[in-house]
Design a protein around this ligand. Structure first.
Ligand SMILES: [Zn+2]
Length: 253
């Protein structure tokens, strides 16, 4: 049976920066909220490097970032925002970060965890690579009782990667386009008017081009069972009809 993303009741979306979840899959997150999912955002960095105004003090910039994130979150339907405040574009201790994310997973008990694809070809931003990597390792380990992190073990069944190099699902976001774009208008600390106009145009073009049949817009994800996140646990299989082996590590549970 095909995996139905919209049956998830608890969703954890882990992002490097305050706007990544909404830029990548804002429409999907709107639809999840509308379907009744309780959505938690976890932002890994303090995001200060991306702030346009060099005159803002860090505390002032942080206040603006939090307010903008709240504004966008209300539009999308995010239930809770959490932050880890690692230095933007700075040094991250990836094992510490992984364990922090495990702690959040054990509290939130998500049925799906969404994050950026750490294996996207040509991705240079270390925050994206490390956030995706730490989050997926956390998803693979959160159910291990002997991992020294507080909280009861929680098996994350499914993960979804956005900004994915090899997506295996496209979500129809036609019905939430206005809202999806309106949420992005909140992110004024890091986009001037021209920057926002460009962002809207690029996303509209991209999401139109990859829309599923019968839809005007779509957002791409790679959805995988967490069991596929270590040693390729779901190996190649031979189809019932015989013939070549199929790599189904991306297959949904
Ligand atoms: Zn980012």
């Amino acid at each position: 049976m095909a995996y139905d993303l919209f049956r998830a009741r608890r969703v954890l979306a882990v992002q490097p920066h305050y706007d990544d979840n909404d830029i990548a899959i804002g429409g999907t997150l709107c639809r999840l909220a509308d379907a009744g999912a309780v959505i938690t955002y976890l932002t890994v960095t303090d995001d200060l490097v991306g702030v346009l105004d060099p005159a803002l003090l860090p505390a002032e910039a942080t206040e603006q970032l939090r307010a903008e994130q709240h504004e966008a979150g209300v539009i999308v339907g995010v239930a809770e925002q959490r932050w880890l405040d690692w230095p933007d574009a700075g040094r991250i201790d990836i094992v510490t970060l992984r364990d922090q994310i495990v702690g959040v997973m054990r509290e939130v008990q998500p049925e799906i965890v969404l994050t950026c694809d750490p294996w996207l070809a040509y991705e240079t931003h270390r925050d994206h690579i490390q956030t995706g990597s730490a989050t997926l390792e956390a998803a693979m380990m959160a159910g291990l009782a002997r991992l020294a992190v507080s909280g009861a073990p929680w098996n994350v069944p499914t993960v979804g990667l956005y900004f994915a190099g090899e997506p295996n699902a496209v979500i129809d976001t036609s019905s939430v386009q206005e809202r999806r774009h309106r949420a992005l208008d909140a992110y004024r600390a890091q986009f001037d008017a021209d920057g926002l106009a460009g962002l809207h145009a690029v996303l509209d073009r991209h999401e139109s081009a990859q829309a599923p049949v019968g839809a005007t817009h779509g957002e791409a994800l790679r959805i995988m069972p967490s069991g596929a996140l270590h040693c390729g646990v779901r190996p190649l299989r031979r189809p019932a009809s015989g013939g070549a082996f199929i790599d189904d590590r991306g297959a949904t549970p």
